[in-house]
Design a protein around this ligand. Structure first.
Ligand SMILES: Cc1cc2nc3c(=O)[nH]c(=O)nc-3n(C[C@H](O)[C@H](O)[C@H](O)COP(=O)(O)OP(=O)(O)OC[C@H]3O[C@@H](n4cnc5c(N)ncnc54)[C@H](O)[C@@H]3O)c2cc1C
Length: 510
């Protein structure tokens, strides 16, 4: 074999997958048909769950330093603010906000990370054929007119909405294109609203979205195209005027017109070949979800491929079970959101406005929406390979990143920071839960306890003392946490042995 995993496509999904696989000790090659990063205006918004993933990849500090923090997503219709979704209400994450940063910058940061790890993206290299048998995959790749074969144990198509890999596998998509084209541009704008606010306005002509970007008075503007009108500064200014907010566009870098669809591949896997990111799902930019979803796919698939490389091929089976329904939910949510904002002069707009007003008066509904956009609640409760349920947490849920004061280290900490991100971890809340428990070498053990006396008697297991019982919702149970910070198991300690059984089979990467 030339490599363990061949990744086709060096967009955000492929780059995140490559970095994660490398961290997990899996051999990886990444090819991309383009000569460099496309500096095209595309995604801007990174949500809380993605920032957690970027933390585990090791680039979140750079993203935070460079990006613009956005606290509020405001929905406006008919010239009025209808609903403000405040991400500062997100309680169990270190990142209770969104970060706006051009997609190309996110890609460059991941490429730099890979370069530091010694992984180089093979540019100008296009995948044109895929064959597989029981042992591996043979990909035909073309570089500068020369054709070669790359043999890998697995191949992942991260090659975007028009995925060649998906086409070669003959995997159908379901969904439909939208009638409206969209225009996107990065601009310098005198915009009177706060810089920590992203705005989507619906009016009788279409949608106008304003995303604050890093840089003085810089914004990304996204709006529904007027049929027959070539986008230019005047067109953008006219569209902005429809929001009812007095903004002035000073200059624009470039315009990009694009069409959209809500579509999903019916399968994410064919034998040893997988789809991730836009290759598997596309939808509207409502709420800035797509790139975030792709990075979520990558983090979910990476540890499975690492487990398969160590002898547990069964770990690959639930990738589709977990990620397909999550993307289906996002597609449905963004479809409803965009349709709602695109009612134009339809009389149902009055019902929409009334509904938004009701939502506005409910802090609970606004918090729920913030969680929805943030992707923090994407979970896998019904998927195989996850089990148990205790005190509101179940196998498949994301482990909440609770903040607590560690009485042993004598400093504030977060739960995720207590756990390694390159292996499964048994998280005990009482050292006595370890009695008689056989933990495979591939797995870490951590103790989080509120009990002063017990915190001193954990026999060398890394232990944190939760002095203020701030993680009280976890106590009385034990957990098996996956490398992607989702729970493989939540429940009585007696249930851990069964949950650990698949990990006992793991060897070295073979
Ligand atoms: C206008 C717009 C605004 C958006 N705004 C947001 C936002 O705010 N937040 C958000 O989360 N998402 C947003 N998105 C979505 C986001 O841009 C995509 O979800 C994201 O780019 C998907 O990443 P990917 O890596 O899966 O695919 P892509 O970014 O499409 O990357 C695919 C890569 O595969 C390569 N490739 C293709 N075919 C081959 C082949 N045969 N061989 C080798 N290489 C190949 C391509 O060159 C490309 O580099 C937006 C999208 C659009 C269009």
């Amino acid at each position: 074999m030339d490599t363990d995993v061949l990744i086709v496509g060096a967009g955000p999904t492929g780059l995140a997958l490559a970095a994660r696989l490398h961290r997990l000790g899996v051999g990886v090659r990444v090819i991309d048909k383009h000569a460099g990063v496309l500096e095209l205006t595309k995604s801007a918004a990174l949500h809380a769950r993605t920032l957690e993933h970027l933390r585990d990849l090791g680039v979140v500090d750079a993203v935070l330093a460079e990006g613009r923090r956005v606290d509020v997503l405001c929905l406006r219709t008919g010239h009025r603010d209808r609903l403000a979704v405040d991400f500062r209400t997100l309680a169990d994450t270190a990142y209770p906000f969104m970060v706006d940063i051009p997609q190309a910058r996110t890609e460059h940061l991941l490429i730099d990370l890979l370069a530091d790890q010694g992984v180089r993206v093979e540019r100008g290299t296009e995948c044109t054929g895929v064959e597989q048998d029981a042992d591996g995959v043979r990909a035909t790749v073309v570089t500068g007119g020369r054709t070669a074969t790359v043999r890998a144990r697995w191949l992942v198509g991260c090659d975007g909405a028009h995925s060649t890999v998906r086409g070669l596998l003959g995997i159908e998509r379901v969904g439909a294109p939208y009638a409206d084209d969209w225009v996107l541009c990065d601009a310098v704008v005198d915009w009177p609203l706060p810089r920590n606010e992203m705005t989507f306005s619906g009016d009788t002509e279409g949608i106008f979205g304003v995303f604050p970007l890093p840089g003085e008075r810089r914004y990304r503007l996204a709006y529904t195209a007027t049929p027959g009108v070539e986008p230019d500064l005047r067109d953008a200014q006219n569209a902005m005027a429809r929001t009812g907010i007095e903004g002035t566009i000073r200059s624009v870098d470039q315009f990009w017109t694009f069409s959209l669809a809500h579509e999903q591949a019916v399968r994410y896997r064919s034998g040893r070949v997988f789809l991730a990111g836009d290759a598997g799902h596309v939808h509207t930019p409502f709420g800035g979800q797509g790139l975030n979803l792709g990075i979520g796919d990558a983090m979910n698939l990476a540890w499975r491929l690492a487990a398969a490389a160590r002898g547990d091929a069964g770990a690959l089976d639930s990738y589709q079970d977990e990620r397909h329904p999550v993307a289906a939910q996002v597609i449905a949510f963004t479809h409803r959101g965009a349709q709602m904002m695109l009612l134009r002069g339809d009389p149902r707009r009055h019902v929409r406005d009334a509904a938004l007003t009701v939502l506005r008066s409910s802090p609970r509904a606004r918090r729920a929406l913030a969680r929805r956009f943030s992707q923090l609640d994407h979970g896998y409760r019904r998927a195989s390979g996850t089990s148990g349920r205790v005190r509101g947490l179940a196998g498949g849920d994301r482990l909440p990143d609770l903040a607590f004061f560690d009485g042993r280290a004598n400093r504030p900490r977060r739960l995720h920071a207590l756990l390694p991100d390159d292996r499964h971890t048994v998280l005990l809340t009482d050292p006595a839960q370890a009695e008689g428990l056989a933990v495979p070498d591939s797995c870490a053990v951590r103790v989080l306890t509120p009990d002063w006396a017990r915190a001193e008697s954990t026999g060398g297991v890394p232990t944190a003392l939760d002095r203020g019982r701030e993680a009280a919702r976890l106590y009385g149970a034990a957990y098996l946490v996956r490398p992607d910070r989702h729970l493989a198991y939540a429940g009585p300690a007696a249930g851990l042995s069964a949950a650990l059984a698949p990990l006992a089979r793991l060897g070295e990467v073979r």
